[in-house]
Design a binder for this molecule. Structure first.
Ligand SMILES: Nc1ncnc2c1ncn2[C@@H]1O[C@H](COP(=O)(O)OP(=O)(O)O)[C@@H](O)[C@H]1O
Ligand SMILES: [Mg+2]
Length: 447
C-alpha cells in the first residue's frame, strides 16, 4: 500500500501535512470546498491545483491559478506562464511551489511510516519567495499566451457545488442582478441580468454541468471566455466581464434583444428572407467572421442559432455573432488539438464534411462553408444538405448538396456562384477565409 502526502515546508501553511487518501482527485485552493484549503496563503488561487493519484502515478495540474506552479524550480504554469497546461507526473521528493507555499511530495510504499521531511534539507535560495498576491515570475508570452491556458480536467466539474442563490432562486453573482433564465443551450445556461454599476442589460453564460459536466470541460469554457474577450467588433457580441462565482465560471456579454437568425427565418413569410433583408445581415456576418479570421481565430460553429440580432432604434436589425464555444486558433492538421463538435439538436446541417472526419482541423475555409450554409438557409428556407431519413453523416460525407440556384432560380447568378463555391466539398476549392468571400460577394452584388 502506498501512502502519499504533501508536506508544506515553507510559507503560510508551513508544517501542515496533506495526506492524499480516498481520492483519486484532490483539489487544493482557497475555495472553501477544495479538498484541501490553502485559505491561509494569500498568494494561492481560488482553485490552484489538482493532484490525481489514479493509475499508479501521481500527477498534478494547474487549475488556472494566477501565480502558477513551480515544480522543482521549473515554472510550469500560471496566468503569465506557458499557454498550455498539462498534467505533470510527480515522483517522491519533488517540490511544488503554489502561491507562497512550498510542498514536498512523499510517496512511501509501505504502511509503516510517512517519509520524514526535513525542511532544512531544502536550500532556501532555490525557493522563489513571492510577496503574497504578487505574480512570481513574468514569463515572456508568445502570441498564444492570451489564449486560455487551462487544464484538461473533467473531474474538476464535480467540485463545483451549489451556487449561492438570490432570493428568487437564480444564481447570485457579485456585481450583477440576475433577472431570468433565458436559455438552456447545448452547452451553457444563459441568464438575463443587469450589471449593477452601469445598469447595462447583460447576458450571463455559465456551464450547464447537469448536461455536460463530464464532456464539456472548464477548459473549453475558458477558451470561449478568452476569445470573446479578445474580440471587439460591431457585429460580434461584446464582452462585459467574466469571473468565478462560488467556483462556477461565468461570462458576461451584452444582452441582445432581437432574437436569433433562426427565429427570424422561421417567423418570415415562407420561412425565408428576401434578398434585401438577407444581404445586409449576411455582409455583417462575413465582416464579423472575417474579423476573427484576421486575428487567426476560427469560429467553427456558425449557424443561424448562433447569430443573434440586435434590435436597432428604428426597428432595424444588426448581426451580433455569438457563441465562441468552439472557437480556437488556426491549426494545421498535425498540430491541431481535438475539439469536440457539439451540435444542438443533433443537426450538423451547417457543418463542412472535413469537420466530421477530422476533428482537429481548424481552418477558416470551414467557417466559409458554414457561413454559406447559413446564407443558403436564410434565403431558401432550406438546408443545403439533402438529408433523407437515415444517417445524416453519410449525406455530409458524400457532399450531397443541392445547388442554391436550383432552389432559388431568381437569385442573381453571380451571388449563387459565390455561395456554390463556398460550399465546395474540398476546402481548397472554397474561399480561403471570410474576407475573401466578402469581397467576392460584394462584387457579385455589384454586377
Ligand atoms: N448576449 C445574448 N443576448 C440574448 N440572448 C442570448 C445571448 N447570448 C446567448 N443568448 C441566448 O442563449 C442561447 C444559448 O447561447 P449560446 O452562447 O449559443 O450557448 P450554447 O453554447 O449553449 O449554444 C442563445 O441561442 C440565445 O437564445
Ligand atoms: Mg449556441
Amino acid at each position: 500500500m502506498r501512502n502519499i502526502s504533501l508536506h508544506c515546508l515553507a510559507g503560510p501553511l508551513k508544517g501542515q501535512v496533506f495526506r492524499l487518501t480516498g481520492g483519486p482527485v484532490f483539489i487544493f485552493g482557497r475555495y472553501a470546498k477544495s479538498t484541501f484549503s490553502l485559505a491561509a496563503d494569500p498568494a494561492a488561487s481560488h482553485l490552484h491545483f489538482l493532484v490525481d493519484i489514479s493509475e499508479d502515478r501521481v500527477r498534478i495540474v494547474d487549475l488556472g491559478s494566477t501565480n502558477g506552479l513551480v515544480i522543482n524550480d521549473r515554472h510550469v504554469s500560471g496566468k503569465q506562464g506557458p499557454p498550455t497546461r498539462e498534467f505533470v507526473t510527480l515522483k517522491s521528493g519533488d517540490t511544488i511551489l503554489a502561491g507562497a507555499s512550498l510542498f514536498r511530495l512523499a510517496v512511501v510504499d509501505d504502511s509503516s511510516e510517512f517519509d520524514t521531511v526535513h525542511a532544512d534539507a531544502i536550500r532556501p535560495e532555490i525557493l522563489p519567495r513571492p510577496e503574497p498576491g504578487k505574480v512570481i515570475a513574468e514569463i515572456h508570452s508568445d502570441a498564444d499566451a492570451t489564449l486560455p491556458a487551462v487544464p484538461r480536467v473533467s473531474s474538476v466539474t464535480e467540485y463545483y457545488h451549489e451556487q449561492p442563490r438570490q432570493e428568487d432562486g437564480l444564481p447570485a453573482i457579485d456585481g450583477y442582478t440576475l433577472l431570468e433564465k433565458i436559455a438552456v443551450g447545448g452547452k451553457g445556461i444563459v441568464f438575463k441580468a443587469i450589471k449593477d454599476d452601469s445598469g447595462a442589460a447583460t447576458a450571463i453564460k455559465m456551464l450547464n454541468f447537469q448536461r455536460h459536466g463530464k464532456h464539456r470541460s472548464i477548459e473549453m469554457f475558458r477558451r470561449e471566455i478568452n476569445i470573446t474577450k479578445q474580440l471587439q467588433h460591431n457585429h460580434i457580441i461584446r464582452y462585459l466581464g467574466d469571473g468565478v462565482s462560488a467556483g462556477q465560471p461565468y461570462l458576461a456579454i451584452e444582452y441582445v434583444d432581437g432574437g436569433s437568425m433562426d427565429e427570424l427565418i422561421a417567423s418570415s413569410p415562407g420561412s425565408r428572407l428576401d434578398m434585401p433583408q438577407a444581404v445586409p445581415l449576411f455582409l455583417q456576418l462575413l465582416e464579423a467572421v472575417g474579423h476573427m479570421h484576421s486575428l487567426s481565430l476560427v469560429h467553427r460553429d456558425i449557424k443561424p442559432k448562433n447569430i443573434l440580432l440586435d434590435l436597432r432604434r428604428g426597428g432595424g436589425l444588426a448581426v451580433k455573432l455569438s457563441d465562441m464555444g468552439l472557437s480556437c486558433r488556426f491549426s494545421s492538421p498535425d498540430t491541431g488539438e481535438f475539439l469536440p463538435i457539439v451540435t444542438e439538436g443533433g443537426t450538423p446541417a451547417y457543418m463542412p464534411p472535413e469537420q466530421l472526419t477530422d476533428l482537429t482541423r481548424a481552418l477558416p475555409d470551414s467557417d466559409v462553408f458554414s457561413a454559406a450554409a447559413t446564407f443558403y438557409h436564410m434565403v431558401t428556407g432550406e438546408l443545403p444538405y439533402e438529408f433523407k431519413d437515415g444517417d445524416q453523416s453519410e449525406t455530409i460525407l458524400e457532399g450531397k448538396i443541392r445547388r442554391i440556384g436550383e432552389v432559388r432560380p431568381d437569385l442573381p447568378g453571380r451571388v449563387a456562384d459565390v455561395i456554390t463555391k463556398a460550399l465546395s466539398y474540398a476546402p481548397e476549392s472554397r474561399y480561403a477565409n471570410a474576407l475573401e468571400m466578402l469581397s467576392a460577394f460584394r462584387s457579385a452584388l455589384a454586377q
